[in-house]
Design a protein around this ligand. Structure first.
Ligand SMILES: [Zn+2]
Length: 177
């Protein structure tokens, strides 16, 4: 991340795993970058995946979402990302849990922490969706049978399996068996 101190320009090294410290007084802590992601289902018990259109892990499956912007809440961030990536304006989303992961970008392996949200799409909302921004396609897969081998990031398996095991109550449950 740094090879030279941004303050005094002398060579600098990482102390432990998260602190750059220079005798001149410069301190820099490497903290995880916050992200938000969504587990979106339809009324056929399918889960939405996006195909990554950019590196890292281009062509692999991801959950929709991305890095939070400055001054933004995780809730605002996921609503914005879903609008940008899928063209969908979801009003009802529910926080589930948070998941740490790594994200390799420009040869730096960043630590990230993702807030996961749950949302449900009606048929008309699902039909209106369009892959955009850094997403090249949309895929629906049965919640019971997800293609783990195509997942872009290690944490996805746990996120999806947790969701399958401990899924929030669905609005589609009403009136169905
Ligand atoms: Zn320095």
């Amino acid at each position: 991340m740094f090879r030279f101190c941004p303050q005094c320009r002398k060579p600098i090294t990482l102390k432990g795993s998260k602190l750059f410290e220079c005798p001149c007084g410069f301190h820099f802590y490497i903290n995880p970058a916050p992200c938000a992601l969504a587990l979106l289902t339809n009324n056929r018990n399918q889960l939405l995946f996006v195909v990554r259109g950019r590196d890292p892990r281009k062509g692999y499956l991801d959950l929709p979402g991305g890095f939070l912007e400055q001054g933004e809440s995780a809730e605002q961030g996921i609503v914005r990302e879903l609008k940008e990536e899928l063209g969908v304006a979801l009003k009802k989303i529910r926080y589930i849990a948070s998941y740490p992961d790594r994200y390799l970008y420009n040869s730096i392996n960043y630590h990230v922490i993702s807030s996961a949200f749950f949302g449900e799409l009606s048929d008309s909302e699902a039909r209106k969706m369009k892959a955009a921004d850094d997403v090249s396609a949309i895929e629906w897969h049965s919640v019971k049978k997800v293609p783990v081998g195509r997942f872009a990031f290690p944490s996805m398996k746990k996120i999806v399996y947790d969701f399958r095991k401990d899924r929030p109550v669905s609005r589609w449950d009403k009136g169905s068996s």
